[in-house]
Design a protein around this ligand. Structure first.
Ligand SMILES: NC(=O)c1ccc[n+]([C@@H]2O[C@H](COP(=O)([O-])OP(=O)(O)OC[C@H]3O[C@@H](n4cnc5c(N)ncnc54)[C@H](OP(=O)(O)O)[C@@H]3O)[C@@H](O)[C@H]2O)c1
Length: 263
């Protein structure tokens, strides 16, 4: 299937590791030029070099913290300077710290909302003008199954992710007339460093070993395993492609059957 991604320009945030990197890599394999970002320079540059070498596309790496408004502006400016346009945005970020409601102050909430809610708003605001001009755009926000089925001990993530669903639905209607399609992808339990941190925090809280806690996590997945990051990337790439031309405002999980409800 030709996905029509050759020569497109994709900005994928939080992409030096894990799901973001897998998304950038898969888009690059389809011939899209990619813009990566992360806070840590060394891992970011290594990821950019790896993608460049393995796919032959143009890769721009910009050090940026998506929880900071000026970093987002700078990221998009650099992308435009290099490629003159942006066709695809994959908005991704790190996850906020685990914990229960009474563990957190306003400062913690501000941090989580900047990281996982306002970053999405700011990124979309920056890229929309370029997509409007071309009457073509794809925006895919990486959320979590927590947006549909909240996790215990992850209140910051549960709340921030659910907010993005309302935002996406609203924007998908507002920008449909410009052929800008906006969707959310909700990863389930995926084998990355972030998941290791979440499992460790839960194990410490429950007073059990890491291995024991990991077994409990996997037991909740009908497919009885964790996802590989590239399995999440497969849906991201499809939604970014020409082939997803009638899909907008959707929130789709890739979770091995984890979510128990109908939607
Ligand atoms: N893994 C799972 O099971 C799972 C499930 C559901 C949802 N998610 C969500 O999916 C997202 C990606 O998770 P992952 O598992 O791929 O994590 P990961 O493997 O830890 O990778 C996170 C990536 O994001 C970058 N990053 C983190 N904070 C950033 C920031 N403020 N600004 C820019 N870049 C930042 C990291 O680089 P630097 O640290 O150098 O910035 C790294 O490249 C997270 O929001 C996570 O909560 C993950």
């Amino acid at each position: 299937m030709d996905l029509g991604l050759k020569g497109k320009v994709a900005v994928v945030t939080a992409s030096s590791k894990g799901i973001g990197k897998a998304a950038a890599f898969s888009l690059a394999q389809e011939g899209a030029n990619v813009v990566l970002c992360a806070r840590g320079k060394k891992t970011l540059e290594a990821a950019a070099e790896e993608i460049r070498e393995k796919t032959g596309v143009k890769v721009l790496a910009v050090q940026a913290d998506v929880s900071k408004p000026m970093d987002i502006k700078n990221l998009v400016n650099q992308a435009i300077k290099e490629f003159e346009t942006i066709d695809i945005l994959v908005s991704n970020a790190g996850g906020p710290p685990p914990g229960e409601f009474m563990d957190f102050t306003d400062e913690d909430w501000n941090y989580a909302l900047n990281l996982n809610f306002l970053s999405v708003i700011r990124l979309i605001r920056e890229v929309i003008p370029y997509m409007k001009e071309k009457r073509w755009g794809r925006i895919i926000n990486i959320l979590s199954v927590a947006a549909k089925q909240p996790f215990d001990n992850l209140v910051l993530s549960n709340a921030a992710r659910a907010g993005v669903i309302g935002l996406t639905k609203t924007l998908s209607k507002e920008f449909a007339k410009f052929n800008i399609l906006i969707n959310n992808v909700c990863p389930g339990l995926t084998a990355t460093d972030r998941l290791k941190e979440v499992i460790k925090a839960k194990a410490d809280k429950d007073g059990v070993s890491y291995e024991e806690e990991e077994k409990k996590f996997v037991a909740d997945v009908p497919l009885k395993r964790l996802a590989k990051p590239e399995e999440i990337a497969n849906l991201i790439v499809f939604l970014a492609s020409e082939k997803a031309s009638f899909i907008t405002g959707a929130t789709i999980q890739v979770d091995g059957g984890f979510i128990k409800g109908n939607y």
